[in-house]
Ligand binder design. Structure first.
Ligand SMILES: Nc1ncnc2c1ncn2[C@@H]1O[C@H](COP(=O)(O)OP(=O)(O)O)[C@@H](O)[C@H]1O
Ligand SMILES: [Mg+2]
Length: 312
């Protein structure tokens, strides 16, 4: 069966429909280069290919990786004459106000306006956070239904979750980031929403069954209980996760557009890993909102989306 138009709908559970707000999936941590943008892009495309209407929001005002990935995708459509499903993508532009409190107030207003709009119009909203602690990054964590934290498979990255004693492997204390997630959980609870579901995903796994890898697995499982997250099967270290960036494609697209100039086995395995992540997210059942799947991409800058330009 093809990947297209088959949102997972079971009759036993009443699925969410158009009137229900989108589920918000945030990719976050406080470390660059761990796979947030790669993970975001793959989840966006996986959901699109299931027929869902997807909103994507890039909060990384330094790198704009997800925005560049999607604009490469739009260029591929134009240049190669292929049709690719696209999200409604927004990149949040930073307030230019000099006063910090005023700038934060404006950033908050923009972020909340964009999120409200995307949640109302889409089935899922995927937010790609920067790898540093920023004001809007924190805000996003407070609105996450699902928080996905990719970590590279090394003890250096584990430090993002908790400070672990190098000798004994004992957990000394949760990290600053884990405390920030704790805060986000509290904010959510105060607003009366369902609890935040935090998922840690190991990324760039080596194919070797090295001792380090097994030790990581053990420590991550211990941390999961202590810090309060679930562990998703991660992505292996694969060239394919990198090399399609310039064309704005993922291997979920490669099959659909019949681009078969490359060996297929690693594509199949990589696609399986992306599906594994999607399953691990345990997303709610939804009926995909009908929408124009061939709509051409237009990255929308925040002020024009929320009509700030006309206002001022
Ligand atoms: N599983 C993987 N296999 C190979 N390369 C990867 C994998 N995940 C990420 N990368 C590469 O690592 C770099 C950092 O990934 P990125 O998603 O941009 O991280 P972040 O958004 O957390 O900074 C990118 O060059 C990306 O292509
Ligand atoms: Mg990134």
């Amino acid at each position: 069966m093809s990947d297209q138009s088959q949102g997972t709908v079971s009759e036993a559970q009443a699925p969410l429909g158009e009137a229900d707000p989108a589920t918000v999936i945030v990719f976050g941590n406080e470390k660059g280069g761990s796979g947030k943008s790669t993970g975001s892009m793959h989840v966006v495309v996986a959901l699109l290919r299931l027929g869902f209407k997807v909103g994507s929001l890039d909060l990384d005002m330094r790198q704009w990786t997800l925005t560049r990935y999607l604009s490469n995708r739009a260029a591929s459509m134009r240049n190669d004459g292929i049709e690719l499903p696209m999200p409604t993508h927004v990149f949040l532009s930073r307030s230019e106000k000099a006063n910090r409190a005023e700038a934060e107030a404006e950033d908050r207003k923009r972020f909340e306006a964009v999120l409200t709009k995307l949640r109302a119009e889409c089935d899922f909203v995927v937010i790609d956070c920067p790898g540093t602690d920023t004001y809007v990054g924190r805000l996003a964590h407070g609105y996450a239904d699902k928080l996905v934290t990719p970590i590279n498979d090394s003890f250096i990255d584990l430090d993002m979750l908790a400070n672990v004693d190098g000798k004994t492997g004992e957990i000394i204390k949760p990290s600053v980031y884990a405390e920030m997630v704790w805060e986000a959980r509290k904010q959510r609870a105060q607003r009366g929403g369902a609890p935040l579901d935090w998922i840690v995903m190991r990324n760039r796994l080596s194919s070797l069954a090295a001792r380090n890898k097994l030790e990581m697995e053990r420590v991550v499982a211990t941390l999961a209980k202590r810090v309060g997250f679930r562990v998703a099967p991660g992505f292996s270290e694969r060239v394919i996760f990198r090399e399609l960036f310039l064309r704005g494609l993922t291997m979920l697209d490669v099959f659909e557009i019949g681009d078969s100039g490359r060996p297929q086995l690693s594509h199949v395995a990589a696609r399986q890993e992306v599906r594994g992540l999607l399953n691990a997210l345990q997303l709610p059942n939804r009926i995909p909102t009908p929408h124009d799947r061939t709509a051409t991409y237009e990255a929308i800058e925040t002020p024009s989306l929320i009509g700030e330009a006309e206002e001022s």
